[in-house]
Design a protein. Sequence first.
Length: 345
Amino acid sequence: MRNHTSPRTLALASTAILGAALLTGCGNQGEATVGSDGMKTVSVGVSGNIFDLSIRVAEENGYFAKHNIKIKYVTLNASTGTSGLQSGSVQFLNASPTSFLAALSKGLPEISVATNGGGNPLGIVVSSDFAKKHHLTADTPAKQVAKALVGSTAGASSANTKAEAGLFLKANGVNSSQMKWVSLPNPAADKAALAKGEVDWFITSEPIPLQVQHDGDGVVVADPEKVPQWSFEDAGYGQAVVAQKSFVKSDPSTVKGFATAVHQATAYLDSHKSSDKKVLAAARKTLPGVPDDVLSASVEQVDWPASAKMDAAGWKKTVAFVKDGIGAVPDASVSSEDWTNKYLP
């Protein structure tokens, strides 16, 4: 398996009743629908970041079709993902470990049936003016970058990404309290705040930081290659394909087909370059409007597993990172009842 050090930035999921109410009616109360062609359509919740790529590759390469499955994409975010799954708006959720562990801590009956990406593909991007003033480039050593950020104004659109920035700063002798933090509603707002000069830098998941750099509006001064604390090897932070336990029990054949297709897609991503024709074609549909060089670089920052199988040791490391590393879910825990490899080849 190719090793790419990196992470995904993900916010603590909310299971608010309001979110569930807003999403009810978008699905068929948790059931997949069968068309006249005999194909079963399932809805999958995605969040519009690079981790969605494995789902798109599985579709583009025909892996789902081999199991008579059609995909309907539903874009959700950290506050609506879990409620969308619980309401039946989606049958599968491409979830961050943080949101999955938060759901489990609430006692929600969810189960992970596959893993489809690892690490934290984040980027810290400073404005062009700030980079020039402090003599920062993409190659500037991490310790020098951290010291330059002291006294600056920082932007973050989730508690998780702010905590990830804290790990980077602490490892390089800087406390996150040594700068002013601006809380922003979403990654797009991060980008806008930088352009308006409201923040000197921000942290979020790819491809936004690399796209800002591509457009000449900033410089990415920290990424998974420079910050080992964000790597899959150190953090054990891997994306989870989650479903309701009731759905898994009622429709095991669909779960098996979906999980197997995801397994094939992650193996394809693991064994092919980010510039591969099929990988780029799927990436363009996953993140429309993003330049190819940015897509390729973002794909490289994810550790795509050769197998979608999980194990207890991996989950133990993930829980430690979420609970103690970034302090996202204080009572996080996972038991053998919360994940399964039963539906994987």
